[in-house]
Design a protein around this ligand. Sequence first.
Ligand SMILES: [Zn+2]
Length: 329
Amino acid sequence: MLTLIQGSRYTSAKCIQCEKPARLTVEHVFPDGAGGCLTAHILCKVCNEHFGKNIDGPYLKQSVVELARNAYRIGGRRGVIPQPLGGPYKIAGPVGRSVIKLDTDFRPRIIPQVEDIEIMECGAISVTMVIDATDRKNIPTIVRSKFERFFKSERGLGLGWTQEEQERGILSTINKYMSAPDVETPIGVLSGTMEMKLDTVFLEAAKVAFELAAIEDGDVFINSTKAKHFRTLLGRVDKGRMESSMSFEEILKAFQAAPLPAGSQVFLGIQYLTGGKAYEHHVGILSGPHVIVSLFGYVYIFGDLRAYMGRSAIYTNNVVSGEVRYAKM
Ligand SMILES: [Zn+2]
């Protein structure tokens, strides 16, 4: 039923947002940083940048979106897979306080902690450090840079060590650490907070709904009062937010939209369309006058967005394979 497509066939002489006749740029309807591969030439450069900076950008920074990108290994334009729970976390362990970060695969890694150099009573110098076992190969570099800085400091110069004595001190410390036993990474409770700005996530869905209606219905939608209304609202979005005086409920009302819970009929329909993998897809459904948008399984319905009862259409975008499928009924 759904066929593979490369991009939208929609062509227009003017930008769907500012309505100026301009050279149109490629817009990713679902943001490319979130695995979106449905493209269309629908926005001028200025409007494309406005949507990118104020809608797509803030959306991609939401923890829930970063978690989804991590789960599906979506690196985005720079290929960097986000880790919203990375830390750093401070944990008390057998060798003092450790600072731990979680890597992309949620493996804990100790961030090298090199304490200040101490001068012992016997005249020797010592340094304490806690590093990750995988950093053992970096011990020579870490020790050398710490000691060289120390020997240039007032305290270091005060020792009056010759170049040879300094070098001997560095080498013996390196040897001592290279042969030091591993201690298991301390385990503790990592506590952090995940923040999700409902309005920022919603505004991305609103942008998608607007663009899908324009692609599917062309001028019939673009010239409608509903499109004009959306244009005004979307034009006002600033860094992922509407004016701070607007509550989330008021924003939903302004767009005549509602969130749909995961147990709803529509959600089950999306599950059916995506082979039970709604969370691995972005989906757009134009059903009668309504437009439904699902981003990573977060579903919103935009009531009466289309000006007329056009034919129904479905877009699915698999965020892992990048495949976009389309059907018109
Ligand atoms: Zn424009």
